[in-house]
Design a protein around this ligand. Structure first.
Ligand code: GRF
Length: 227
């Protein structure tokens, strides 16, 4: 029996290195899914070139052409829905989404945020972590809810903050881990192992602790999960 691959729609605004990690994971089979579309709110997002190279259909929905957040989100939702996604992935999508959009894709939308949530939601996370004298930083994959960067955490990875770190060097080191945890969380979802129920994320019928699962503690490559 041929099992249908999960359909992913990936939303981007910029470089798309996380998109590339997802494309690569689909290509090497570690993510058993098909990216059916890449949607950007910016026509010049480099990620669109990555999509073109991988022959993935792409669309631009330019937020500046809409008179309100709601009207932009309504069009965005129509475009995303037209690809019948099983999972919507926010991979560096730099727009705050309205409840209309979030509710439509509730339970099947993942975001990655470059901090150890709930610390440092929002922008400039790396600089804020350095300024606060934190000893570590990281990234979090979480389900998207109407609370900005506040949905149930799934998977986290941490990296030490070095004395010599700038926001740029730290961001680069965190990105390496973003590229590992995002495809892995997506694969869990596509395998039907990952769900959200009543604002709690579950993996293999076990509630994920509030802080998420720490990638650094997973034993590779078998991916046995210690909760
Ligand atoms: C990543 O750090 C992601 O966590 C944040 O924006 C950045 C996007 O990078 N939301 P890229 O476009 O995937 O290269």
């Amino acid at each position: 029996m041929k099992i249908r691959k999960a359909r992913l729609v990936v939303l981007i605004s910029g470089s798309g290195s996380n998109l590339q990690a997802l494309i690569d994971a689909c290509a090497d089979g570690s993510l058993k899914a098909e990216i059916v579309a890449v949607v950007s709110n910016k026509a010049d997002a480099f990620g669109l070139q990555r999509a073109a190279t991988a022959k993935i259909p792409q669309q631009v929905v330019d937020h500046r052409k809409f008179i309100s957040r709601e009207s932009f989100d309504a069009m965005l939702a129509e475009v995303v829905d037209s690809y019948r996604p099983d999972l919507v992935i926010l991979a560096g999508f730099m727009r705050i989404l309205t409840p209309g959009f979030v509710d439509r894709f509730a339970g099947r939308m993942l975001n990655i945020h470059p901090s150890l949530l709930p610390k440092y939601p929002g922008l400039n996370t790396h600089q804020r972590a350095i300024d606060a004298g934190e000893s570590e930083a990281g990234a979090t994959v979480h389900f998207v809810t109407n609370q900005l960067d506040g949905g149930p955490a799934v998977l986290k990875a941490s990296v030490p903050i070095l004395e010599v770190d700038t926001a740029e060097t730290l961001a680069a080191r965190v990105l390496v881990y973003e590229h590992k945890i995002f495809p892995l969380a997506a694969q869990w979802f596509c395998e039907n192992r990952l769900h959200v129920r009543e604002n709690v994320a579950w993996l293999d019928n076990t509630p994920i602790p509030e802080g998420g699962i720490f990638y650094n503690k997973l034993s590779e490559p078998s991916i046995s999960v210690e909760l």
